[in-house]
Design a protein around this ligand. Structure first.
Ligand code: FAD
Ligand code: FES
Length: 370
């Protein structure tokens, strides 16, 4: 009986035959809840508008496309929610002092407000790697992708063997503290440990104090060498994790990490950036004209527009530099490009003449609306 497939018009529950969220077409989320996780971390829960069911891999992220003080700004946030609960998604955001977007989200975003997003995208997920046993290592807000993976694996009662070690500054900074404790109490194959740098605000804190080191790691995870390791946190934390895993003789082919800072990811610039930007004397490169700036740029064969611009010292908006985040999106007024993006632009935007300079090589001379 078809009417049983739909929720009643006044039901608070979503209809069960909703179409799936299409990353290239759907883009609007409506905030339905804001939760305080710690003194400087909030979770924002969203539904799709129009209503959709989400499908993604745990560990993937969204790019938020916001306009703050009249300026377009893009930032990526991992989905802390689990794809096993497909009617809502959430992001969990740590407020960075002076941070433009994290500050705006904490201060301004309220239930009922809508935002534009791109994605989900990203490849940091347990879904793409061999099965358990897993070791999840996180620090600070780096907990979000590992929480999504944990929620998915436990929600499905997969029986996955997970050891989750999270590092926080102090007990008051532990994100998802109660939920981690509850999961470990209710899933025999899920073990969690939390290490705090100090006991500030909670002198009776019974957990580990200090930092993760090789002896502590081997004590907590005796079968460490048999596990797949997923790690996310600030760059110095991940560097120390890599060093101590190597010290323990861990096979780094089974080590996977996510950085929240594209600048760190791109610290070693792609070859094109460091190469000379000038086209060959035979004139095999292309000219790019910036219509608003009135500037011209020579792009060498095989070079992306962004790489050529950076090499010339021009300042163009960019973040990931690999076609993921959409930050560099620009309207192409004339010419053709070969664009190899990773989800940072929608087909309808391409149809409207937009492209991503970070992952596009000119096929002709170009005129850009910049
Ligand atoms: C793939 C990906 C996933 C991410 N997932 C999350 C997530 O789940 N939760 C989350 O809270 N953030 C996440 N981030 C980080 C997020 O995208 C923003 O970078 C962060 O919120 C800061 O943005 P902002 O606009 O508030 O600060 P900005 O205005 O960009 O920066 C303000 C100042 O803070 C510094 N700064 C920027 N980021 C940090 C940081 N993390 N720690 C310390 N100083 C910093 C900057 O160098 C600058 O000086 C993710 C980033 C990436 C690339
Ligand atoms: S800089 Fe991220 S898509 Fe171009």
């Amino acid at each position: 009986m078809s009417e049983q497939k739909h929720s009643h018009p006044s039901s608070p529950l979503p209809a069960d035959d909703l179409p799936l969220w299409q990353p290239g077409e759907d883009s609007t989320l409506e905030c339905v809840q804001v939760r305080e996780e710690t003194h400087d971390v909030k979770t924002f829960v969203f539904r799709a508008e129009p209503p959709r069911r989400f499908h993604y891999q745990p560990g993937q992220f969204l790019t938020l496309e916001l306009e703050i003080d009249g300026e377009a700004v893009n930032r990526c946030y991992t989905l802390s929610s689990t794809p096993t609960r497909p009617d809502r998604v959430s992001i969990t955001v740590k407020r960075i002092p002076g941070g433009k977007v994290s500050g705006w989200l904490h201060e301004q975003l309220r239930p009922g407000q809508r935002i534009n997003v791109l994605g989900p995208s990203g490849e940091f997920t347990c879904a793409r790697h061999a099965a358990s046993p897993y070791l999840f290592l996180s620090a600070g807000s780096g907990i979000t992708p590992l929480m999504s993976m944990t929620r998915a694996l436990t929600d499905l009662s997969t029986g996955a063997d997970i050891v989750f070690i999270h590092s926080a500054r102090s007990p008051r900074d532990i994100i998802f503290r109660k939920e981690l404790a509850l999961l470990s109490a209710s899933h025999a194959t899920f073990t969690q440990a939390i290490i705090c740098e100090n006991r500030a605000g909670e002198p009776e804190w019974p957990g580990f104090i200090g930092r993760l080191d090789a002896a502590r790691l081997q004590g907590m995870v005796p079968d460490l060498l048999a596990r797949q390791v997923f790690c996310c946190g600030p760059a110095p934390y991940m560097a120390s994790v890599r060093a101590l895993l190597q010290e323990c003789g861990f096979d780094m082919n089974r080590y996977h990490e996510e950085s929240f800072n594209f600048a760190e990811l791109n610290a070693a610039p792609p070859d094109e950036v460091v190469e000379s930007a000038s086209p060959s004397e035979e004139g095999t490169g292309f000219n790019v004209h910036f219509a608003k700036m009135g500037d011209d740029l020579s792009v060498a064969p095989g070079q992306t527009v962004l790489a050529a611009a950076l090499a010339k010292g021009m300042r163009l908006p960019a973040s990931c530099t690999r076609g993921v985040c959409g930050t560099c999106k620009t309207r192409l007024l004339e010419g053709k490009v070969d664009m190899k993006h990773e989800g940072g632009i929608r087909q309808r935007e391409v149809d409207q003449g937009y492209f991503l300079p970070c992952c596009s090589k000119p096929l002709t001379d170009l005129v850009l609306d910049r």
